[in-house]
Design a binder for this molecule. Structure first.
Ligand code: ATP
Ligand code: MG
Length: 404
């Protein structure tokens, strides 16, 4: 029977800015995140080897499983590239066979080259010689393919590290960024629309643990938007970036606002209350910022004046990763992220409730404060935050606050 080589996935990350203590914190965080997301896959262990993570797959795993593992890993923030390959002995004959196996698993290609290197090893064959020997083996096995030194379709990488060699050819790009849990925690206002999941994802990709807050029109509307937000959270959960979503029944408060405030200022008042509740939840979660999917000028509530009028309601830092993005760019990101289809479904949420016919586009803060003055805002904020319903998702770097 032919000897089966141990399948591996090598996880590469960008090394820019990774120095000293930073580097090992980054690597440990990434390792834990990847490990947690692979619990249901046949993985034996994950080690740090020569500046990468090496995921060792269980004996008997086939190519399809290895590809599934790589596809899961590539979506994890902090991953620059994932390669599928094998670990084998430091023996040139065996290494040649494994290189052939690795290359034969690549999809369509016309040209290739070998890139060999040695790392922390006393292996006597140098990289030039390895390139030649293994390159010759591959040319014999693939006579119809061409060797190309500059920009080949496939590079077969052969690395000898200490007492073993690692050989891989199939590589896919990762999402890049920083591992979730390396940049603190944020509270992200999550509607069931297209923009806010993308905004959340951008923060997650920079290493923030994300807590969603969704304001539902319940009990004044159906709870459809809550199901959509749950579906969105499940998509995000696959990358380990979302820890929790607080669902907030908001319809009754909107009704109260609609009954007392001038119609043109309603939306601003809804949004100020949303921000205040999100700020209170951020305080309870020890999160450092709020995040929204606002984009300048997209709708009436997103003019500079109106953004300023909502911002003024809170003392917390509000981040708007999409402020300068175009709708088409956002749609493109939502499609790549896998949330676009869900977000395109119609659901009445608190935003569609009690909408005025002509909303103010240039709100003045004194008018807003006057309209708000007769409402028991502080009392509401506590009441609404207490009634928020937490839904938990799998996020390996998240620790729930001890006191709620
Ligand atoms: P989105 O596509 O993200 O819903 P939008 O273009 O519909 O955005 P708005 O409705 O003005 O714009 O919302 C702006 C931002 O306010 C959203 O991106 C989101 O961060 C927040 N937001 C709006 N509605 C809700 C909601 N029901 N629950 C939580 N956050 C919301
Ligand atoms: Mg919306």
């Amino acid at each position: 029977m032919e000897l089966q080589h141990q399948r591996i996935c090598l996880v590469h990350y960008h090394e820019i800015g990774l120095k000293g203590h930073n580097r090992s914190t980054f690597e440990k965080r990434l390792l834990k995140n990847v490990e947690a997301l692979l619990v249901d896959f046949p993985v034996v262990t994950i080690h740090r080897i020569a500046g990468r993570l090496c995921v060792f797959l269980r004996e008997g795993c086939d190519r399809k499983t290895a590809i599934e593992v790589a596809d899961t890993i590539k979506g994890v923030p902090g991953v620059a590239r994932v390669s599928c390959g094998f670990k084998c002995e430091r023996n040139l004959v065996e290494m040649g066979q494994v290189a052939i196996e690795a290359l034969s698993e690549c999809e369509e290609f016309e040209t290739f080259k070998v890139h060999a290197r040695r790392n922390h090893t006393d292996f006597e064959t140098d990289s030039m010689q390895m390139n030649q020997i293994i390159g010759a083996d591959l040319c014999r096995a693939f006579p119809e393919k061409g060797v190309k030194m500059k920009d080949p379709d496939i590079t077969v990488v052969v690395e000898v590290v200490q007492n073993a060699s690692y050989i891989y050819a199939r590589s896919v790009r990762g999402v890049g960024g920083l591992p979730v849990g390396s940049s603190g925690k944020v509270v992200s206002l999550l509607s069931s629309g297209i923009d806010s999941p993308v905004a959340l994802w951008r923060m997650a990709r920079r290493g923030a643990i994300c807590i969603g807050v969704h304001f539902s029109g319940r009990p004044q509307t159906a709870d459809t938007s809550e199901y959509l937000v749950d579906d969105i959270a499940h998509v995000l959960e696959k990358t380990g970036c979302i820890a929790r979503v607080y669902v907030v029944p908001f319809g009754d408060y909107q009704k109260e606002i609609a009954l007392t405030a001038p119609p043109s200022l309603r939306i601003i008042l809804y949004r100020r209350l949303m921000f205040k509740v999100a700020e209170e939840l951020a305080r309870r979660e020890h999160a450092g910022a709020l995040v929204t999917g606002e984009s300048l000028g997209q709708v009436a509530s997103q003019t500079l004046d109106n953004i300023r009028a909502t911002d003024q309601a809170v003392n917390t830092l509000v981040l708007r990763p999409l402020i300068g993005a175009d709708k088409l760019e956002i749609i493109d990101s939502a499609q790549k992220l896998g949330t676009f289809e869900i977000s395109s479904q119609d659901a009445p949420d608190c935003c569609t409730l009690f909408m005025p016919r002509s909303p103010e586009t240039h709100a003045k803060i004194p008018d807003v404060l006057e309209a708000e003055a007769s409402l028991p805002i502080e009392e509401w904020v506590k009441e609404i935050a207490d009634a928020a319903e937490p839904h938990d998702y799998k996020c390996p770097s998240y620790r729930p606050p001890r006191t709620q």
